[in-house]
Design a protein around this ligand. Structure first.
Ligand code: ATP
Ligand code: MG
Ligand code: MG
Ligand code: MG
Length: 439
C-alpha cells in the first residue's frame, strides 16, 4: 500500500475524550472514529488489525473442531420468550419493532438462535459432538460505554456453542475451547489467565474468564503468579484426546485464579505472600458450561443410543476481537505510539522514502516495495513528501514491527536502515541484506 493513496487520518493532537492509552492511540493512529456513544467506525488501519485478530481466532477455533457459520445480528423476540430471557435481559438489550409491529432485537448473544438452528436439524447422538461458531457484531446498551472499543455498545464477538449428549462429553467440549483460548491469546502476544468466574445472564455453573492483567482493566482479579510463566499448549495438541485435554485443563486450573465476584480470601491467603498477585484485568474471553438451560425450555432434544430423547448439553464460548485490539495496545505501546506484535500488525513493514522525487531513492524504494510485496509481505510504503521527522513519528505511532528507511545519504554508500519498532534497534545494511532479513 502506498501511503500517498491510502486513507490514514493521523491526529497530531491527543484527543481529550480518550481516558486510556489504547483509546488515545487508536484515535491518533487513525484506526477508529466514534459515530455515536459506544459505536465506532473502523477506519482502514484499524480494520486490518481487527481482521488479523479474527483470523487467529478463526484458525484456533477450527483447529479445536469448531465449525463456522454466520447468524444474523437482528433476532426475533419470540425465540427469547421461549428461553425466558426476553424479559430477564433488561435494558442492555436493544429492542426494535418492525413495520408489522413485530418485536425484534439486536442480538447481544446467540444462545437462543443457535439452539433453534440445532433443533431444526439435529435429532440423534450420532451427529454429536457439534460446535458451531460465528464472528458477528453484537449490541449491548451498556450503561457506561467507555474506553473506546474496550467497552463499546456495538462490538464484535466470536461466539461458539457446543452441543453434546451428556455432561461428560460437554466437559470435553469445554476443555477444547479452554485450550484453544490459551493458544489464541498467546498468538496475539498476550498472556491471558483463565479465572474462575461468575456466569451472569448466560447462566450455568462452570465458567472461566480469560483475563489480561492491565492497570486500566475494569475487573479486580486475584491469582497465583505461576500463571505469568506457564507454558502454553503447542499447535499439535490432540483435541480428540479427552484424558489428555482434561489433564491439561486440570493443570491450568490447579492454582488459584478468580475474579472479585468469585474471590475466596482464604484460598488466596493460602498462597505464599510473595507469589500472590492481586491486580486489575481486562476480560477478553469467557467460556461457560450451562447444560440444558436453553435446550430444555426450547425442546432441543436428541435421541441417545438407548433410544431415549433428552435435552442436549450445551456450552458457550465468547471472545471479543474488537476489545482485543485495544487490549493488545494496552499491553504493547511506548511514549511514541503502538508496538504491534508481528502476528496482528496492520502492515509488517513500513518503507520510508526520505526523499521522494529523488530518482535514486525512488528507484531503490520501488524495487524494495516490489520485492517485499512479491514475497507476500504487507508493506506500507511512505512515498509522500513529508519531512523525515514526521515520517518517523507516523511509523512509530502506528507501530509497524519493522521500519525500512531509505535516504540519499545511505544510498550513496550502498546502505539502507532497518529499525525494529519493539526494541528501537537500528541496523545499517545493504538493501539485499535488509530484504533477506524481512522475507
Ligand atoms: P464485561 O464483563 O466486560 O461486561 P461480559 O462478561 O458482559 O463482559 P460476555 O457476555 O462474557 O461479556 O461476552 C464475551 C466477550 O465479549 C467478553 O469476554 C468480551 O471480550 C466481549 N465483550 C463483552 N462486552 C463487550 C463490550 N461492551 N465491548 C467490547 N467487548 C465486549
Ligand atoms: Mg457485560
Ligand atoms: Mg464479565
Ligand atoms: Mg463475561
Amino acid at each position: 500500500m502506498r501511503l500517498s493513496r491510502y486513507f490514514l487520518p493521523i491526529l497530531r493532537e491527543t484527543p481529550k475524550e480518550a481516558e486510556i492509552v489504547s483509546h488515545r492511540l487508536m484515535l491518533r493512529a487513525g484506526m477508529l472514529r466514534q459515530e455515536s456513544a459506544g459505536i465506532y467506525a473502523w477506519l482502514p488501519l484499524g480494520k486490518r488489525v481487527l481482521d488479523k485478530v479474527c483470523a487467529i481466532v478463526r484458525e484456533e477455533q477450527n483447529r479445536a473442531g469448531a465449525i463456522e457459520l454466520l447468524m444474523p445480528t437482528i433476532q426475533g423476540a419470540d425465540l427469547w420468550r421461549e428461553s425466558g430471557r426476553y424479559d430477564d435481559y433488561g435494558k442492555e438489550m436493544l429492542r426494535i419493532r418492525d413495520r408489522h409491529e413485530r418485536d425484534m432485537l439486536f442480538g447481544p448473544t446467540n444462545e437462543e438462535m443457535v439452539t433453534e438452528i440445532f433443533r431444526a436439524y439435529v435429532r440423534s447422538y450420532r451427529d454429536l459432538p457439534l460446535n458451531l461458531y460465528h464472528i458477528q457484531w453484537k449490541f449491548r446498551d451498556e450503561v457506561r460505554p467507555r474506553f473506546g472499543v474496550m467497552r463499546s455498545r456495538e462490538f464484535l464477538m466470536k461466539d461458539a456453542y457446543s452441543f453434546d449428549l451428556d455432561a461428560d462429553s460437554a466437559r470435553h467440549a469445554y476443555n477444547r475451547m479452554f485450550v484453544a483460548y490459551l493458544r489464541t491469546f498467546e498468538r496475539m502476544g498476550l498472556r491471558a489467565i483463565p479465572m474462575v468466574a461468575d456466569t451472569g445472564p448466560i447462566g450455568g455453573k462452570l465458567s472461566h474468564e480469560f483475563i489480561i492483567l492491565a492497570s486500566t482493566g475494569e475487573s479486580e482479579v486475584f491469582c497465583h503468579q505461576d500463571f505469568l510463566t506457564k507454558p502454553i499448549p503447542d499447535e499439535d495438541v490432540d483435541f480428540e484426546d479427552r484424558a489428555g485435554l482434561q489433564s491439561l485443563v486440570d493443570d491450568w486450573t490447579s492454582s488459584y485464579a478468580a475474579t472479585s465476584e468469585m474471590h475466596d480470601e482464604a484460598a488466596f491467603g493460602a498462597i505464599p505472600a510473595e507469589q500472590q498477585l492481586s491486580a486489575r484485568g481486562i476480560e477478553v474471553g469467557h467460556i461457560f458450561y450451562f447444560g440444558t438451560k436453553y435446550s430444555a425450555p426450547m425442546r432441543a432434544n436428541v435421541t441417545g443410543p438407548d433410544g431415549q430423547d433428552a435435552p442436549v448439553h450445551m456450552g458457550s464460548y465468547g471472545i471479543g476481537p474488537s476489545r482485543l485490539v485495544a487490549a493488545i495496545i494496552e499491553a504493547g505501546h511506548d511514549d511514541n505510539g503502538i508496538v504491534w506484535p508481528d502476528a496482528v500488525a496492520p502492515f509488517s513493514v513500513g518503507l520510508a522514502n526520505l526523499k521522494a522525487g529523488d530518482s535514486a531513492v525512488d528507484t531503490a524504494c520501488e524495487d524494495l516495495y516490489a520485492k517485499l510485496n512479491a514475497a507476500g509481505k504487507d508493506v506500507l510504503y511512505d512515498d509522500t513528501d513529508e519531512r523525515p521527522g514526521s515520517k518517523f513519528a507516523t511509523m512509530d505511532l502506528i507501530g509497524l514491527p519493522w521500519q525500512l528507511v531509505v535516504g540519499p545519504k545511505g544510498l550513496a554508500s550502498g546502505t539502507v536502515e532497518l529499525k525494529r519498532r519493539a526494541t528501537g534497534e537500528r541496523e545499517t545494511l545493504s538493501a539485499e541484506s535488509a530484504l533477506a532479513r524481512l522475507t
